[in-house]
Design a protein around this ligand. Sequence first.
Ligand code: 5GP
Length: 120
Amino acid sequence: ATLPYDDQNVFARILRGEIPSKTVYEDDFALAFHDIAPQAPVHVLVIPKGPYVSWDDFSARAPEALIAGFVRAVGKVARDLGLVEPGYRLLANVGNHGGQEVPHLHVHLFGGAPLGPMLA
Ligand code: 5GP
């Protein structure tokens, strides 16, 4: 079962502006910001504007408009960063076995160099 959403998690606090982050993109559906501990030359996190613990929670519960807006935002961030032609990687860790550390859905966007087989 999915945990209840904790509105004190660090990404909820970033969304409320209580913790600073380096914003890359923002619209009504999503916020994108640089990861504090980048694992690639470009390492951006894209999060939906809503109380969703994980990809599982979001895909099951979020309204269609938010799902569409979030997916479009992820694509736009990659395009705006010039990553489409060289290529990039998306990753969403879910739960314990996935190694998810922050309980607010985030998609990792990696790029800027040829990537190895995996990045967590
Ligand atoms: P997860 O393991 O949950 O998929 O990834 C969490 C990511 O959030 C990690 O890559 C970590 O570096 C990043 N992160 C954790 N705390 C902060 C923070 O306060 N600010 C930013 N910008 N990134 C964070």
